[in-house]
Design a protein around this ligand. Structure first.
Ligand code: NI
Length: 174
């Protein structure tokens, strides 16, 4: 079942999400919710989706960043519950980011180039992933959603917020 995606202005996008308990993770309801989030992300052609974007204040997000076992270079969706970011590189990179909660806009956002992501998978098992470049950017974007932070808050100047349709003519301001 696909879920409604909260659009910019919905208060849920500004709430700080809360950790998921082991009992919640193993519940049938939560497992269905994860499947619905994955389906919703695929349906809307996004690379990531955080729970607050589908009106849930739980700390989890879905992101297409895991290496595919049979098609190298074609990442598959991973489920990241109670994520923690550490070992954030001092070096940052800027890049244009879209968001399923406001598809009309693109924003230049500076992000740490690399990081260590610690999380629980959908079975509640702890895992760690060292990420750099685009996957690290996706994870920082989705993690921000869990703290009620959006790309527009990260723009160094509001000149870096544009209509997605104008990207070919847009400039990045620092
Ligand atoms: Ni987003």
């Amino acid at each position: 079942m696909t879920l409604d995606i909260a659009q910019l202005g919905q208060p849920v996008l500004r709430e700080v999400a809360t950790d998921v308990t082991p009992d919640q993770i193993s519940s049938t309801e939560f497992q269905h919710f994860i499947d619905d989030m994955i389906e919703t992300m695929h349906e809307s052609k996004g690379v990531g989706l955080a729970a607050p974007q589908v009106f849930s204040t739980k700390r989890l997000f879905i992101a297409k960043i895991l290496p595919s076992p049979d098609a190298p270079g074609k990442p598959v969706a991973g489920v990241f519950i109670n994520p923690r970011l550490s070992e954030l590189s001092e070096e940052k990179e800027t890049g244009w980011e879209g968001c399923l909660s406001f598809l009309e806009l693109l924003v230049v956002v500076p992000r740490h180039r690399s990081l260590l992501l610690s999380y629980q998978n959908r079975h509640g098992h702890p895992h760690q992933l060292r990420l750099a470049g685009f996957p690290a950017r996706v994870v920082q974007h989705e993690y921000d959603h869990l703290d009620g932070i959006l790309t527009i808050d990260r723009a160094i100047t509001t000149k870096n917020i544009i209509k997605a349709s104008e990207i070919d003519d847009a400039k990045e301001y620092l």
